[in-house]
Design a protein around this ligand. Structure first.
Ligand code: ZN
Ligand code: ZN
Length: 810
């Protein structure tokens, strides 16, 4: 509501039929237009309105009441300003007219002659034009004229000017115009407050409110709502509480605009219960009240409550608007409730939001989130006005499905669908934004699709997003994850601004590829550049030390991290340290180190220790670690494989059958082993021993060829523990030869140009045999081969792997 307009409106005998909009100042602007045109037109947002009579007026006592404000509040900006150059407001400078439209200029020129008797109504259409166009220079001309004709005594005209200056983002001029008003009413004060809130200076809005009280003006419910909005903006609950107390004292908390503002305030401050209580106190709830309450639930992890409120809203016959619907749909997403979402979809159609873009985007995202690609695609296909938001929702939806799905084959389908959509978007001529780029780059990283990643890189340069920090970081991550540190560091050097996250990504990238010296040099550069490292930076640094077996350096950095940067070590830091000792074969030191940890070692640490024990023959220690690992929950198939391996190596057969028994109980199936490789725009996937496809039998033949050649170079097959469902010990000659990554690599060798590296993603850990074999293949073919398994990235070049032959293997 706009209660402060009552006087003006009632004077004209019109009925107020105004919506309170979202207190964004839009309402204020509109109110001027409304008065000016004396029309009954509804606000464009067509919201439900309370009647004039419901507006609260303040008791006289309110005038003397002063608020005790938070002591930290800044003083209002100076009331006198140094004169800005060339801004004397005089109509004599006729060159100012050059900015004006003809229709604008004429009335001013006409009035130039007899300036004495100009009325308020004369300026209204001109001011309206200035407001609509948000034209600063025109406003100044009109302002000059107003001063010249003496109309600046008129509160209405001057408040209008304050409003326009604020709308143009010029709060200095707004404040100056306000200060020069000989009389000020609540409209004027509130206009200035709205201006400050709109221009992100909420503290000044509060101060204006305080001054208003001191000056003896009545605050209106609307000015209170604006003050609450300022508190919301500041997320200052303490101050908000003071206002709330004031509101309760004068018994206006049932007012719609006050209640809505209170609800938003508490919601933004994370106090859902208080927000809902404020909502319940509202006597005449309008659609904004309901939407605020529903969004409050959405913003504070109360989706179920929010949907409940929505049902209540609809049963009370309040028609939702697009904001209600989008909030409800995003809450359906939150709890992945397709059932509810489908009903909301029906409602969207019923209430006429079938073609509303925002609503359709939310629906689309919901369907994708719930895995209903078909429905999402149908909605998408039916949209000829798809916005970038729509495209982004489609791309991000597929990217997210890729992350969520357990089945690697569908993950890779979702990924290629996302890439496909991106190339369609590029062809459509629409310009992608940073959200598009970051989702598509994350898909490229996950799929190790370097070719597509490079195309995206080219586009970021073309569209000017390359210098964006978020996009830059995603690019560097993508290159690193696709195994190309050269391109990553090139992009890193080209970035104009380097944030801590960017430095960290690059350091971690080097560490990931076993380029320890580069990682440590970059870390020192980062410190020289005065950028403060964080927890994750140190994970990269320690990983680099661990990789190079630099024990003293690692211990040194571990200490610097805690003493100089006051960073408490977390599990990842300990994992790096343990990894280092294990690599060096110093298993006893590793065990001593974890004894000193102030955290319970994770599954990853125990697995790492066990793998190390198997390699270096510390079977006794390994079995101790296995007991610890067995006591941890939950265990995956890979963990069981490791446990079987250590007990088998130690010859502890009763433990082997104990583990097998546990596996049966927990219904641990076979390892779902998939590998995939992307060639051009297609992704090919392979399953171990998968000879069913005709293409695979050819691949198997070539693989057998490769095997024979590798054996001539000295390769010997290593048997490792196969996890079988039962004790079906019938072993086909050597199924290990058809492991999925071997098939994918062979396929890549045949189908990719000679110069291009082979990039394969594998769903589980590699086995030791595959790791060995691929080293030989890299020598035989002279190709660079990159395999990303479930734990590590292995880059094979000329018979060497970047992991230094260390890692957990099956
Ligand atoms: Zn293997
Ligand atoms: Zn390796």
């Amino acid at each position: 509501m706009l209660p402060f307009m009552v006087g003006a409106i009632l004077k004209r005998g019109d009925e107020l039929n105004f919506c309170c909009s979202c207190l964004s100042g839009e309402a204020l602007a509109l109110s001027f237009i409304f008065i000016a045109s004396r029309s009954h037109s509804l606000c464009p947002c067509s919201l439900v309105l309370p009647s004039v009579s419901s507006m609260a007026s303040f008791p006289l006592a309110a005038v003397t009441a002063t608020l005790k404000l938070h002591p930290q509040f800044p003083k209002c900006p100076p009331t006198s300003y140094p004169p800005a150059k060339g801004q004397s407001i005089s109509l004599q400078k006729s060159h100012r007219f050059t900015h004006l439209d003809l229709d604008f200029r004429e009335p001013l020129l006409l009035s130039k002659e007899g300036t004495e008797e100009v009325e308020q109504s004369f300026y209204v259409p001109l001011l309206q034009q200035c407001l609509e166009k948000c034209c600063y220079s025109d406003t100044q001309v009109v302002h000059g004229h107003v001063v010249k004709t003496g109309t600046h005594e008129d509160v209405f005209v001057m408040s209008f000017l304050v409003n326009i200056y604020a709308k143009c983002g010029n709060m200095d001029d707004a404040k100056r115009a306000f200060d020069n008003m000989p009389r000020k009413n609540v409209v004027a004060w509130t206009t200035l407050m709205v201006g400050y809130v709109q221009n992100s200076q909420p503290k000044y809005a509060i101060h204006v409110f305080q001054e208003m009280l001191h000056s003896g003006s009545y605050p209106s419910v609307y000015s209170l709502a604006i003050a609450l909005n300022a508190c919301t903006y500041l997320q200052c609950l303490k101050l908000g509480d003071q206002f709330h107390a004031y509101i309760i004292k004068y018994n206006v908390d049932f007012d719609t605009s006050v209640g809505n503002a209170l609800c938003s305030l508490y919601s933004k401050c994370g106090r859902l219960e208080l927000a809902l209580r404020a909502f319940r106190r509202i006597k005449e709830k309008n659609v904004i009240s309901w939407t605020s309450a529903i969004s409050a639930c959405g913003d504070n992890a109360g989706a179920v409550k929010g949907l409940g409120l929505f049902v209540e809203m609809v049963s009370e016959d309040t028609k939702p608007n697009e904001f209600t619907l989008t909030s409800v749909l995003s809450q359906c997403c939150e709890i992945v409730s397709l059932d509810f979402g489908t009903q909301v979809h029906v409602m969207c159609i019923k209430f006429g939001y079938k073609s509303n873009l925002r609503v359709r985007n939310s629906l689309l995202y919901l369907y994708l989130k719930c895995g209903c690609v078909g429905e999402a695609q149908m909605l998408f296909d039916g949209m000829d006005d798809a916005s970038l938001v729509t495209w982004n929702a489609m791309i991000a939806g597929h990217a997210q499905m890729m992350e969520l799905t357990k089945d690697n084959l569908s993950a890779c389908h979702s990924g290629s669908e996302a890439l496909n959509l991106f190339s369609m978007l590029s062809r459509s001529g629409m310009k992608p934004d940073l959200f598009t780029f970051s989702s598509v780059l994350s898909v490229c990283s996950r799929m190790v699709a370097l070719e597509q990643g490079e195309q995206v890189h080219a586009q970021t340069i073309k569209t000017g997003f390359f210098s964006d920090v978020v996009v830059g970081t995603s690019l560097i991550n993508m290159y690193n994850k696709c195994g190309s540190t050269e391109r990553a560091s090139k992009a890193f050097l080209e970035m104009s601004t380097r944030t801590m996250i960017l430095w960290t990504s690059m350091i971690t990238g080097f560490a990931l590829h076993g380029m320890s010296q580069q990682a440590l040099h970059l870390f020192e550069d980062m410190r020289l550049a005065g950028v403060r490292p964080n927890q994750i930076t140190f994970v990269g640094v320690l990983a680099a030390c661990s990789h190079a077996g630099m024990v003293n350096e690692a211990l040194n950095y571990f200490e610097i991290m805690q003493k100089k940067y006051k960073i408490k070590p977390v599990m990842d830091h300990y994992s790096c340290m343990v990894d280092m000792y294990v690599r060096l074969g110093q298993l006893e030191e590793a065990f001593n180190f974890i004894k000193k940890m102030n955290l319970e070692p994770s599954e990853f640490i125990w697995s790492n220790l066990i793998a190390g024990c198997i390699i270096h023959g510390y079977l006794e220690l390994g079995c101790n670690a296995a007991e610890k690992l067995l006591s941890l929950e939950p265990k995956d198939t890979e963990t069981y494989a490791l446990l079987l391996n250590i007990y088998l190596s130690a010859g502890r057969l009763e433990d082997v059958s104990r583990v097998r028994e546990m596996m049966k109980e927990e219904k641990v199936g076979k390892l779902k082993d998939w590998s995939w490789i992307s060639i051009k725009d297609k992704v090919y996937s392979f399953e171990t021993n998968d000879k069913a496809y005709p293409q695979n039998s050819l691949v198997c033949e070539s693989l057998e060829d490769l095997l024979a050649k590798a054996e001539k170079l000295g390769y010997r097959m290593v048997e490792s523990m196969e996890i079988s469902d039962e004790e079906e010990e019938e072993k086909t000659p050597s199924p290990i030869i058809y492991h999925s990554e071997k098939l994918a690599i062979t396929f890549g060798l045949e189908n990719l140009p000679c110069s291009s590296p082979i990039r394969v993603v594998k769903s589980t850990l590699m086995c030791r045999d595959c790791h060995d074999f691929i080293k030989y293949v890299s020598t035989l073919t002279g190709r660079e081969i990159i395999v990303k398994d479930s734990k590590r990235l292995h880059k094979f070049v000329e018979g060497q792997c970047s992991c230094g032959d260390f890692g957990s293997f099956l």
